[in-house]
Design a protein around this ligand. Structure first.
Ligand code: FE2
Ligand code: FE2
Length: 183
């Protein structure tokens, strides 16, 4: 599977979950909890593996200018929005409008990724490279999903992905999540 198919498959799943979350936000039961949980875990693992495998590779080419920082900013914003929703479903009308905002922002991000960013990547990578990145993405996503849900691990990933690729490995090695927690 190419990286484009792997990313697009996830995007279709997120669209489905966002529709379900919006419906659940208006319902009078607790069904929103499991949908939000699924969306949060899925999105965080997706965004971090996507940055580490796909955007970092694109940064090594001359096709990524202006696209990478923009996408990273949207990842950070979506992650903050989804964590806000996780706090509680307080005043229903307000919560629904927050879900609508997250949905709008993510649909915009997905559309841009599948057009501008994929177009740039198709100019930069061969078919074989796209398939290798697809496999690396799926593998890393599984690893991130295992323990990537804590705020600290998540922040480390976001920072590591902003560094030049040759500095990323040493940053990760010297910055373990546990070392910032209270003993
Ligand atoms: Fe994506
Ligand atoms: Fe993305």
């Amino acid at each position: 599977m190419t990286i484009y198919d792997a990313l697009s498959n996830d995007h279709r799943e997120f669209e489905r979950l966002l529709d379900a979350l919006l419906a659940a936000s208006k319902a009078d039961d607790d069904s929103w909890k499991s949908t939000l949980d699924q969306l949060r875990r899925g999105l965080i693992a997706h965004a971090h593996a996507e940055e580490a495998v796909f955007y970092n590779a694109l940064r090594e080419t001359d096709q990524g200018d202006g696209l990478i920082g923009h996408s990273y900013g949207e990842h950070v914003m979506a992650e903050a929005e989804i964590r806000t929703l996780g706090g509680a479903k307080l005043v229903d009308a307000n919560w629904t409008s927050l879900v609508e905002k997250l949905r709008k922002d993510l649909l915009h991000h997905i559309r841009e990724e599948e057009t501008r960013v994929f177009d740039a990547a198709r100019r930069a990578f061969s078919d074989e490279e796209a398939t290798q990145m697809g496999a690396a993405f799926e593998r890393l996503k599984l690893e991130t999903a295992k323990d990537g849900d804590s705020m600290v691990a998540s922040t480390i990933d976001l920072i590591a992905n902003l560094l030049p690729p040759r500095l990323t490995a040493s940053f990760r090695k010297n910055t373990k999540p546990g070392q910032w927690r209270a003993a």
